[in-house]
Design a protein around this ligand. Structure first.
Ligand SMILES: [Zn+2]
Ligand SMILES: [Zn+2]
Length: 83
């Protein structure tokens, strides 16, 4: 799935899927964000990061922290269905 895929959060914010934000621990302390742009669709509701293999079933809206189901990003048009 493209990291540019968009969905609308329950509060109306348009959110990009974006890069993987999972933090990976480094050997000598500290953390590094995965940052991978590639996702594999493993089911209609879940995607897996190709970098760190994290499975996502939802994404948090960066503005209001609402959960947006992955299935919302898979729709070609986010105007096609309301509610
Ligand atoms: Zn990742
Ligand atoms: Zn929002």
């Amino acid at each position: 799935m493209n990291h540019k895929a968009e969905a609308t959060c329950p509060n109306g914010h348009i959110v990009e899927l974006g890069v993987c934000t999972m933090k990976k621990k480094k050997f000598f302390g500290g953390e590094k964000v995965c940052g991978s742009k590639g996702y594999i669709e493993i089911s209609p509701d879940e995607i897996q990061c190709v970098g760190c293999k994290t499975i996502y079933s939802y994404k948090l809206c960066p503005i209001c922290n609402a959960e947006i189901p992955i299935s919302a990003f898979q729709k070609k048009s986010f105007f096609s269905k309301l509610g």
